[in-house]
Design a protein around this ligand. Structure first.
Ligand code: NAD
Length: 416
C-alpha cells in the first residue's frame, strides 16, 4: 500500500472545515498552500573525511497572524509533504491557542542515530547558513521536533548569532536553560496534553484518578506524558509503551519513572523487567481509558480505527489519525483531543520563551505552568463548546475556530 501523504490529509481536513464555514474560494485556496518554502542541498564533511549530501527544507506556511513558528524534524523518511503538513498544522495550532504567530516547519532528511555529535553539529550549522536570512523573532522561529534536541538548538542559535554579529536568543526556541531556554519547555507538550485530558474528564464527567493509559512513542512527548499523567490526574496505571523498536506491556502497571530510566540506559522500552513484548499495532488497540499516540503520523487509519478501545485519544503526535479514521472514532464514541489542540503546549511555551528572550527577563517555573494551563484550558473549552454546538467531532470544531481566525487576519490585511 502506498504511504499516506500527510499534506493531502491536511488539505482534506481544511477542505471539510472550509465547506462547513462557507469560506470564500480565494481564502480557501490561499490556506490550502504554503505561502513560501525553501529547499536546500547541504554538503557535510563526515568524520571519515568523505562528504555526504543532505536535503533540507523550511516551509513558512502562513504569517497573517504573526511571524511563522515551528519545529525542525530530522528523520530518514522526511519529505517536503510531511513538512508542508506539519507547517499547516502549526498555523492552525498557533491560531487555536491564540498566540500572535503564524505556522512554519522545517527539517532535514537524515538519520541522526547514524551521525556522530560532531557531524550533527556541522549539519545544524550548515542548515542555519542556508536559511539565516529568513529567520528572526520578526520573521520565522524554529524549535525542536522529532530527533532534534536542545543541544541542536544551541548550535543553531550560536551559528545564527555568529553570522549576524549580535545576541538574538529568540531566533530559536527549545534552547538549554543556561543560554535562554524557558523553564518548563521540555515537558510543555505533554503537560499541555494532560491538561486537556483533565479538562475533558471534567466536561465528560469522568473520574480518571484510577484510569489506565497507553503511550505510543517514548521520546520527549511520550516520556513526559507517562509521568505527568499520574501527577496531574492524581493517579493512573500505565499499561504499555512503545518506541520505534517495539512495545512493552504489563497489565498490572509499569512504573513511569523507572521506564524512563530504562529507555535512557538501554535506548529502548523493550526488555523492561516485568513486561512482555507487544507490537506497535497491537498496542494501539489495547483497552484503556486514555491512549496517547506520541510518535508519527497516520497510525490510526480506516484499517484499525474500528479496533481502538480507548475512551479518550490524546494526540500528542502530529497527524496520527486519518480523516476516515476520525469518522469511525466519532461513531464509536471515542473522544479525540486533536493534535493541534492536544500538543499545542510545546509551541505555547516556545512562545513564552521568545517573550522572555525579548524582555531578557525570565519567569519562574510556576508562572510558566500557570500561563500554560490558562491557554490550554481556554483552547480546550473553546473546542469542546464548538463541537457540542455543531454536533461534530473535536477536530472539525478546532479547524473551524482556527481557520476562522487565520482567514480573518488574511482579510484584514487585504490579501483576500
Ligand atoms: P522524539 O524524537 O523525542 O521521540 C519520538 C519517539 O517516537 C521515539 O521514542 C521513537 O522511538 C518513537 N518512534 C519513532 N518511530 C516510531 C514508530 N514507527 N512507532 C513507534 N514509535 C516510533 O520526538 P517528540 O518530540 O517526542 O515528538 C513526537 C511527536 O510529537 C511528533 O509527532 C511531534 O511532531 C509531536 N510534537 C512534539 C513536540 C515537542 O515539543 N517535542 C511538540 C508538538 C508535537
Amino acid at each position: 500500500m502506498a504511504a499516506l501523504n500527510p499534506f493531502a490529509i491536511a488539505q482534506q481536513q481544511l477542505d471539510e472545515a472550509a465547506e462547513r464555514l462557507g469560506l470564500d474560494r480565494a481564502t480557501h485556496e490561499l490556506l490550502r498552500w504554503p505561502m513560501r518554502e525553501y529547499h536546500f542541498t547541504l554538503p557535510i564533511k563526515m568524520d571519515n573525511g568523505r562528504t555526504s549530501i543532505f536535503k533540507g527544507y523550511r516551509v513558512q506556511y502562513n504569517n497573517a497572524r504573526g511571524p511563522t513558528k515551528g519545529g525542525l524534524r530530522w528523520h530518514p523518511e522526511e519529505t517536503i509533504d510531511t513538512i508542508r503538513a506539519l507547517a499547516a498544522w502549526m498555523t492552525w495550532k498557533t491560531a487555536l491557542v491564540d498566540i500572535p504567530l503564524g505556522g512554519g516547519k522545517g527539517g532535514i532528511t537524515c538519520n541522526p542515530k547514524e551521525l556522530s555529535e560532531a557531524e550533527k553539529e556541522r549539519l545544524a550549522r550548515a542548515y542555519i547558513r542556508a536559511i539565516w536570512r529568513e529567520l528572526g523573532v520578526d520573521r520565522d522561529v524554529p524549535a525542536p521536533d522529532v530527533y532534534t534536541t536542545p543541544q541542536i538548538m544551541a548550535w543553531m542559535m550560536d551559528e545564527y548569532e555568529t553570522i549576524v554579529g549580535h545576541s538574538h536568543p529568540g531566533v530559536i526556541t527549545g534552547k538549554p536553560l543556561p543560554i535562554g531556554g524557558s523553564p518548563g519547555r521540555t515537558d510543555a507538550t505533554a503537560r499541555g496534553g494532560v491538561y486537556c485530558v483533565r479538562e475533558a474528564a471534567k466536561a465528560l464527567n469522568l473520574d480518571l484518578s484510577n484510569a489506565t493509559y497507553v503511550i505510543q512513542g517514548f521520546g520527549n512527548a511520550g516520556q513526559f506524558a507517562a509521568t505527568l499523567h499520574r501527577e496531574i490526574l492524581g493517579g493512573g496505571t500505565l499499561l504499555a509503551v512503545s518506541d520505534s523498536r517495539g512495545g512493552a506491556i504489563n497489565r498490572k502497571g509499569i512504573n513511569p519513572a523507572d521506564m524512563v530510566q530504562h529507555k535512557l540506559e538501554t535506548g529502548t522500552v523493550t526488555g523492561f523487567p516485568g513486561t512482555e513484548l507487544i507490537s506497535n499495532e497491537d498496542l494501539l488497540e489495547l483497552k484503556c481509558d486514555v491512549l496517547y499516540p506520541a510518535a508519527l503520523e497516520a497510525v490510526i487509519t480506516d484499517r484499525n480505527a474500528q479496533n481502538i478501545n480507548a475512551r479518550i485519544v490524546c494526540e500528542l503526535a502530529n497527524g496520527p489519525t486519518t480523516p476516515e479514521a476520525d469518522k469511525i472514532l466519532q461513531d464509536k464514541g471515542v473522544y479525540v483531543l486533536p493534535d493541534f489542540l492536544a500538543n499545542a503546549g510545546g509551541v505555547t511555551v516556545s512562545y513564552f520563551e521568545q517573550v522572555q528572550n525579548t524582555y531578557n527577563y525570565y519567569w519562574s517555573l510556576e508562572e510558566v505552568h500557570r500561563q500554560l494551563d490558562l491557554k490550554m484550558s481556554r483552547a480546550f473549552h473553546d473546542v469542546h463548546e464548538m463541537s457540542q454546538k455543531l454536533k461534530t467531532h473535536n477536530r472539525l470544531a478546532a479547524y473551524m475556530l482556527a481557520v476562522t481566525r487565520v482567514a480573518e487576519a488574511c482579510k484584514l490585511r487585504g490579501w483576500v
